[in-house]
Design a protein around this ligand. Structure first.
Ligand code: NCD
Length: 334
């Protein structure tokens, strides 16, 4: 059975805690099942009658490849458009018509787009046609990245598995919070957990925006706003580091910089981090996490990449209503 409220996956407001936890539990099961040939063949038979379109008109390495791989795990066949120059949009076709065309051929559209709310708009417009297919938002402008938030929660949950889970944890988000869609989506998912405290660490011009802060106030989530990373590091259970999102400078009418070294993890401030804390980053990274940090057992950002694939497999099974098959297979075989 799929989640009753999830057909399209457009933003984190559609998720509740039970959905998120079920997604984590399913991700754990599929990664176990996939370890054996028979298990992998079983997974690959689940949705081998489906086709997906990956419409990624903004740069992507991990999100694209992990969705592509997730589809392969489930037997879904993929087609892709990664550049509007190679589609009929270059001939003047509207994005809406282009996507409506995809919906004639495929059963699922996974899309990344520079415009906020574009996935919502497309979902609504497809809903009004006779050919409705699920849309997954794989990153929309500066606004939302719901599937990244799911995989970040999955990574945190695995990291805190033997420490009471995410409830009660202190989590710092560092970097370009104003334009980083991953932090915006993750903050809202974290607000569903009990007694979590967030620290938003950024220069004033790059701080978390009021729309998110208002929602955190409404859910009575504790947070602190600061520009002092080194003060926060010793207190937290997780640091979620992000890069300067300077690809938006041109649309914002000019470059706005900050001293990235003040919002970076390196071998010096790493010594102040609790021994059982973890460091996450949605990647790609630049200089905000020094290379030497990779060797520290608290660095989990490469695990986060792999978790992303399993978390997306789980999400797709929830959308197509076959998560019960996975739960049953798991009970019968493990
Ligand atoms: C992020 C994104 O695209 O928002 N990358 C990703 O999906 N893992 C973060 C970023 O680009 O900085």
């Amino acid at each position: 059975m799929g989640h009753p409220n999830l057909y399209h996956c457009l933003n984190v407001h559609q998720f509740d805690r039970s959905f998120v936890e079920e997604n984590c539990a399913l991700a754990d099961k599929v990664r176990d099942i996939a370890k054996s040939k028979t298990g992998a063949e079983y997974l690959a038979s689940l949705l081998n009658h489906k086709r997906a379109m990956l419409y990624f008109v903004q740069p992507s390495t991990r999100t694209f490849l992990s969705f592509y791989s997730s589809c392969q795990v489930l037997g879904i066949k993929c087609a892709e458009v990664r550049d509007t120059k190679t589609s009929s949009e270059i001939k003047g076709e509207s994005e809406e018509d282009t996507i409506r065309t995809f919906s004639s051929y495929v059963d699922l559209i996974i899309m990344r787009h520079p415009k906020e709310n574009f996935a919502d708009k497309i979902a609504a417009s497809l809903d009004s046609t006779g050919r409705r297919v699920p849309i997954i938002n794989a990153g929309s402008g500066k606004d939302q990245h719901p599937t990244q938030a799911l995989l970040d929660i999955y990574t945190l949950q695995r990291s805190f598995r033997h420490r009471g889970g995410i409830d009660g944890k202190k989590i710092a988000m560092v970097g370009d919070l104003r334009r980083g869609r991953t932090c915006r989506s993750l903050s809202l998912l974290l607000s569903m957990f009990d007694d979590v405290k967030l620290y938003f660490v950024a220069p004033r011009e790059f701080q978390m925006t009021n729309d998110i802060l208002k929602l955190l106030n409404a859910s009575e989530t504790k947070y602190e706003i600061t520009d002092d990373l080194n003060k926060v590091i010793p207190e937290v259970d997780a640091v979620y580091v992000t890069r300067l999102q300077d690809e938006w400078d041109t649309t914002e009418g000019g470059a706005l910089n900050y001293d990235v070294s003040r919002y970076s993890i390196n071998s010096v401030n790493l010594r102040m981090l609790k021994p059982d804390a973890v460091i996450l980053h949605p990647l790609p990274r630049r200089e905000e996490i020094a290379l030497e940090v990779d060797a520290d057992p608290r660095a989990v950002y490469w695990r986060q990449v792999r978790n992303g694939m399993w978390s997306r497999v789980a999400l797709i099974t929830q959308i197509f209503g076959c998560s019960k098959n996975i739960n049953d297979y798991y009970i019968n075989n493990y």
